[in-house]
Every structure is written in structure tokens, then in C-alpha cells.
Design a protein around this ligand. Structure first.
Ligand code: SAM
Length: 257
């Protein structure tokens, strides 16, 4: 199964997100949280919605066995060309349970809102499939869009775009890049806790409480002082569970029941 939504964005995804100040800062926070959850011994890891493979390369570099998957064949070909030593496969969320054997992985990882591309009823099925391919006590770690991002709400309020202020509360259309769009569904952390009913929450962290959403990259580029201040605030105050729903992204770690 392939879904062409992200195909047009694949070649430019790194320039438009991964290599930006916002992309690098938010990913560095995620890696900081993720690092603490990796075991020192070799883990079997399945990455879903891996995009251009940056996390898969990082996890492989730490000595783990990684299979990284994405529904977009273009994303997978960009990733494979960049990182030939990592194992990438085209695989959509709906294929997880049929493509991989039960009890295969210590960790399933989903970064930067891939799972916000499906609605709640699909997410309920996907979390069950993820649980099936995990070993007993296996973990699922996901990074989702924060539903009440205060920076986004403030930005659209200041811009006078009233209809966009609370767009994350409803099914909305996100810009993947300058040309492509994708419908997204956002959840509060307490809703994710209910949806992931095959799991128990280990912990929840905020990502992007002060580092803004990626469309504010131009603002970050304009002022180094602002950029360093926001990153400093992110390090001091970000990460807190209580702020997760108000952040650009929510990092949530679950263990299989
Ligand atoms: C915002 S990108 C994140 C990419 C990557 N995880 C990262 O950290 O940069 C979202 C990814 O989700 C993938 N995706 C969307 N729907 C999917 C589905 N149904 N199955 C698997 N991957 C999907 C897209 O192809 C895209 O690569």
C-alpha cells in the first residue's frame, strides 16, 4: 500500500523541516527524552512514518537493529539513498500487523505527527496492531501534534486569522510544504491515553513549548537572540508533562499491557 500525500514533499523535506532551526531544535529535545528510554543492550526497533530516515540512522548508530518504514515510497527512497546501511521498507500503518510477526520488537517509534494523519477510529486499530508486534513489556513511543499549542493560537490571533486559532481542535488541513497538504486529527494527551488502550503511559513530555511551530522558522532566522532565548526557555521550562497539550508536539511513552 502506498499513499502519495507526502511523495511530492520527500525531496525537499529535509531542507524545509529537518535542517531548519525549528526542526533541529525540536528533534534534539525528542532525542534527549528518547535516549533515556533506550536500553544499553541491542534493541529490536520498528520505526513507523520514518520520513527521510534521520531517527532511524540515529537509532542504528546507537547499535540497535532498526527497520524503518513509511507509506511514502519517495520518502523511503530519499532515506535509503542517504543511509544505505539502514533497513527501510515501504509500509503503511494498516500493514503493520501483516508485515511483521507478533512479539518482534522492543520498541515501536513514531516521530513528528505521522499518526496525526489518521482519524481516531484508525488510530484505535493501529495501536492494537503496534501492541501485537511488540514483545511483552515492549514500548511504543509517539510524538504527536499538541492540540492546544499556545504559540500557534497566539500567532493566528495576532495575525487576525480567527478561523485558524483553534484549528487543531477539529480535523484540519496542514501544509506539508509549499504545495502539498494533509488532513490532520489532533488529540489531548488524556485522549491518547484512552485511545491507546493496549498500553499504559510511562511518561509524557512537551516538545516545542517555546520553540515554535515550523512555519515560524523565518522569525527564528531573523533574530539569533530570540532563537537562543526560546531554546533556553525550552530547555528550562519545556519538557514538562503539564505543558504537553499546550506545546507544538507531545512526546508520549507507553508500555504494552
Ligand atoms: C511529518 S512527517 C515525519 C517524518 C519523520 N518521522 C521525521 O521525524 O521527520 C510524517 C510522515 O508520516 C508518513 N505517513 C503519513 N501517513 C502514513 C501512513 N498511513 N502510514 C505510514 N506512514 C504515514 C508520511 O509519509 C511522512 O513521511
Amino acid at each position: 500500500m502506498t499513499d502519495a500525500s507526502f511523495d511530492p514533499a520527500a525531496e525537499r523535506y529535509d531542507d524545509q523541516f529537518s535542517k531548519t532551526i525549528v526542526g533541529k531544535m525540536q528533534r534534539s529535545r525528542i532525542w534527549r527524552f528518547l535516549e533515556k528510554e533506550l536500553s544499553p543492550s541491542k534493541m529490536d526497533i520498528l520505526e513507523i512514518n520514518c520520513g527521510t530516515g534521520i531517527d532511524a540512522k540515529w537509532l542504528s548508530g546507537k547499535g540497535h537493529d532498526v527497520i524503518a518504514t513509511d507509506v511514502s515510497s519517495k520518502m523511503i527512497s530519499v532515506a535509503q539513498n542517504k543511509f544505505p546501511s539502514v533497513k527501510f521498507e515501504v509500509c503503511g500503518f494498516s500493514e503493520i500487523a501483516t508485515r511483521f510477526k507478533p512479539n518482534s520488537f522492543d520498541l515501536v517509534f513514531s516521530n513528528f505527527a505521522g499518526l496525526n494523519c489518521v482519524d481516531e477510529s484508525a488510530l484505535i486499530v493501529i495501536q492494537k496492531d503496534i501492541s501485537e508486534v511488540l514483545k511483552p513489556k515492549g514500548k511504543f513511543i509517539g510524538v504527536f501534534l499538541g492540540r492546544e499549542s499556545w504559540m500557534e493560537q497566539l500567532y493566528f490571533r495576532v495575525k487576525g486569522k480567527k478561523d485558524l486559532i483553534y484549528r487543531r481542535r477539529i480535523k484540519s488541513i496542514a501544509n506539508i510544504d509549499d504545495v502539498s497538504t494533509q488532513p490532520v486529527w489532533c488529540y489531548l494527551s488524556k485522549e491518547l491515553r484512552v485511545i491507546f488502550n493496549c498500553f499504559s503511559v510511562n511518561y509524557i513530555r512537551s516538545v516545542g513549548l517555546f520553540v515554535p511551530p515550523s512555519y515560524l522558522e523565518p522569525m527564528m532566522r531573523k533574530s539569533k537572540v530570540l532563537m537562543h532565548t526560546l531554546f533556553g526557555l525550552e530547555i528550562i521550562f519545556g519538557g514538562r508533562r503539564i505543558a504537553a497539550d499546550r506545546s507544538d508536539h507531545i512526546y508520549i511513552s507507553f508500555s504494552k499491557n
